[in-house]
Design a protein around this ligand. Sequence first.
Ligand code: MSP
Length: 513
Amino acid sequence: MDKNFYITTPIYYPSAKPHMGHAYSSIIADFFARFKSIDNYNVYFLTGTDEHGLKIQRSAEKAGMHPQKFCDNISETFKNLSKTLNLSNTDFIRTTEDRHKKTVQYLWNELEKNDDIYLSNYSGWYSVSDEAFYNEDEIEEIDGKKISISSKSSVEWIEEESYFFRLSKWEKPLLKFYEKNPEFISPESRRNEVISFVKSGLKDLSVSRKTFSWGIPVPKNNNHVIYVWLDALTNYLSALNYSDTDDYLFKKFWPASIHLIGKDILRFHAIYWPAFLLAAKIDLPLKVYGHGWILSGEEKMSKSKGNILDPLEIIDQYGLDPLRYYLIKEVSFGNDGNISQERLEDCINSDLANNYGNLCQRVTAFAIKNCDGKIPSQIKFNKDDLLILNKYKDNLEKIRLKIDEQNINFYIDYIVNSLFEANKYFNDQEPWKKKDDPIRLNTIVYTTLEIVRKVSFLLNPIIPDSSLKALKMFNLSQKDIKFESIKENEFLSKGSKINKIDILFKKIEKKND
Ligand code: MSP
C-alpha cells in the first residue's frame, strides 16, 4: 500500500529577513520529511511565505515600496534560505500566487454557503505584529501603552464593518474532536492550554478588514479583504489544489500528517484552522505540533527586540550540517532552547568530529591499509559482532514509533549511543592485533563498516551532506539510503573498492583548550 506523508512549516512573514527561529522550524520539518522519505513514504513537504495583511502593507510603506515588490524581494530571501538549509521541500508557496487566491476565495464561498459567515461590525483590540484580535482580558497597559500579555506586542483599537465566522458554533464540536483525537495537539502541555482556552468560551471571529487593501478580496464584496490568518492557513490546501476537487494531490496527501509550528501560533492552528475545516466539511489534519522557541538570552528572538541571530552567519562560520545537528540535538524538542556558540562548538568537536568523523576515518584508513582497500569478503561473524549489528534491526520498529511521536530526543540519543558503542567495539576488538588471523581482522572491519553505514543512514535526515560524504566510501548515494535496509547485516558489497573520504568535520580550536 502507498504510504503518504504531508508535512508543512508555517509560512513565514516576509516582513524582514529570515532568522534562526525560522531556520529552526524549517530544519525540524526537513528532518521529518527526510526520515519519512528514506522510510519509503511519498512525501509532500511544504513551506512558503505569508504575504498579505496590514503588517506587510505597513512594512512595505516604510520601505517606500509597493507591497508586491516588497514581498517579491523578501520572499526570495526565504526561498534562498530553503536552499541554503538544504531543505527537501516539494513546494514553496506564496500567498500572492493565483493558485492560492483561488483556493482562499473558494473556501470562503464554501463557508458562506454553509452559513458560517455573516456581516456585522467589529470593535476591539488588534495587534498588527501578531495579526491577531485580543480580548480585553488578554491585554495589559505598560507605560501607558496597551500590549498583548502573551506576545508583548502593542495593540490598537479598531472599529469597522466586518464579516464574522461563526466560531462560537464550533466550540463543542472542537472539544469533542480534541477528546476523540488526543494526538491532535502536541506536546500535551500545549493541548491542555488549547482545551482550557476553548472551554472558556469562543466568540465569533472577525474574518475581513475594510480599512486597508493588501489582501485577497472577499468574493462579491471587494470593499473587504479576507483576514490574513484565514488567508494564510488555507495555504495548506492551496498547495494541493484543493479547489480542484478531483485533484490527485489533494486526494493523495490530505489530511496533512503534521503541521509543524512554533508555539506562538498554536491558537490559529489548533482552534481556528480546525473550525474552518469543520465548517467547510473538510477532514482535519492529523496533528499540530507546537515546538518551543529559540531564545536569545532569555527572550524569544524577534525583530522588534533586536536580538536576532542570523543563521547565515553561523553557517558561514561553521557550516550547515553542524548547525542542523546542533539545533536538532541541543534544543530539547517541544521546549524552548538557548542557542550558544560554545555548545555548538562542543557538539562539533565531540559528536561530529570525534565520535562520527573519527570512526569513519579510522576504519577506512585501516581497511585501505590492511584489507587491500576493499570491503572484506571473507568474514565470519562471532557473538560480539552479531550483538552490536542486530541491535539496529531490533530497534527499527521502536525508532519508527518514536518518530511518529515526534520524539526527536530519543532518535538523537540512539545515534549518539550507537557511535560510542561503535568506537568502543573497534577499540576493544583491536583489529591491529589480528594480523595473523585475517578472517577475524576482516570480520571486525566489515562489522565496523556496516555500523558506519547504518549510522550514516540514521544521520542522513539530520546531516544530509556529511552523511553522504561518508557514504561515498562505499559508493552509495541518496537513492541507496533506505531505512528498512538498516536491518541487513551484509548490505555492503563484498570485494568492492573503498573510496578514501575527506575529513568530515574540522575540529574547532577553543580558546581555553
Ligand atoms: N505568517 C505566520 C504563520 C502563518 S502559518 C499559516 C507567522 N510567521 S512568522 O514569520 O512570524 O514565523 C512563524 C514561525 O517561525 C513561528 O511559528 C515559529 O515556527 C518560527 N519562529 C519564529 N521565531 C521563533 C523563535 N524565536 N524560535 C523558534 N521558532 C520561532 O507567524
